[in-house]
Design a protein around this ligand. Structure first.
Ligand code: FES
Length: 92
């Protein structure tokens, strides 16, 4: 088993579609907050970067170099067992 030393955020987009992201902000490494409602994006409390809840792309960032999208991971959902498997070795 591998240790994971970061927080992931999983957003259920539809019944069988998810967004699985590393919550480490690509601006300067703070931890991005999970959305508070189904309408909210992911916000970084440090300098205000905002990432899309649909695809983790950057919506807004502070002046300076633009951060990259949040790191997304490959996942597989099994509807029969209602199990979500996340592969941290594969980013998408
Ligand atoms: S570290 Fe997230 S916006 Fe700067």
């Amino acid at each position: 088993m591998r240790n994971i030393n970061f927080i992931i955020i999983i957003i259920r987009k539809t019944e069988e579609e998810f967004l699985v992201v590393n919550s480490t902000c690509t601006h300067m490494g703070c931890t991005v907050d999970a959305p508070r409602t189904v309408f909210d994006n992911l916000l970084c409390p440090c300098h205000g970067s905002e990432y899309s809840r649909d695809d983790a792309s950057v919506i807004w960032y502070p002046e300076g170099f633009p951060p990259k999208p949040l790191k997304r991971y490959k996942w597989i959902y099994d509807n029969l067992t209602q199990t979500l498997q996340i592969d941290f070795s594969v980013t998408v």
